[in-house]
Design a protein around this ligand. Sequence first.
Ligand SMILES: [Zn+2]
Length: 324
Amino acid sequence: MYCYETFHETLAQGLISNVRGQNPPHAYIFEGDSGLGIYGTARLFAAALACTGENEPCGICNSCIGAKADSNPDIITVAPEDKKKSIGVEVIRDMIGDAYVKPFLARRKVYIFPDAGIVTEPAQNAFLKLLEEPPDYAVFILIADNADLLLETIRSRCVKVRFSPLSEQKMTEYVEKLSPNDKRLGFIVRYSGGIPEKAAKIISDEGFDALRTQTVRKLPELFSQRRLSAYSICDFVEENKDNAPLIFTLWEGLVRDIILIHNGSSTLITNSDYETELRDLAMRVDEKSAMSAAESIMLAEEMQRRYVNLRALTLKMALSISAN
Ligand SMILES: [Zn+2]
């Protein structure tokens, strides 16, 4: 349709056709998990709002050409100042000043906040004044993973558009395009839970694959009765302590797959590329033990988020699994 990667084509088409030939609302909140590619959709929508041609975005008017090249002066991305993590009052004041200057070449001026969650409360209040009486030609698109964190006074002036994770079929097509003939296809699609950026990250990160292989290899030791195995599990987690949350998540997924195999639902398993290994293990680990192991792993996952000593919590987890 246009030059931007948009994972939400139907939604984008709907938004665009709603504003063709009429005055759009002045402000939108695009809400959805980060990694869903909402910014791409926002840019496409902005191109349509800014277009001076027909059948927006026409792709050939000066505004569209600028939008494609990411150099349209009337499509503005609102980001923090250098080295800052939040958007403060200064940035919003500059934006307000800019908003009262008419569009340079486009039909409208569109301001996109890639992460509205980082706009400080005083800055939101400053923004509110503009939102109460915006210039006719201005449209604001606020992207947020949780709109409830924005001030109610801001929210009530925006049209909320909810973005959902991609379907399994869409994710499969995306992964196949990004990494053809990848034997991890099933795993990547299920593990990334409909978030395309998560899938892209797995594909581009070689370290991830190596760590995952090790995590799978360690799995039988988790269920071993030998005390030495528990220590070996601890060493492994400690050696990879920066990735400890990921290791716990992967183990939990693997153990859930064992439960699915016991249930006769092996078509639903996440780690389909390791199905043989998982089936072998399922012969030794019954469903009940797998279920209590999943609980122990979840508990360890939870505890490491609370900065409990990593070695201690891993040992506790390993011993409670082997005791079952
Ligand atoms: Zn155009």
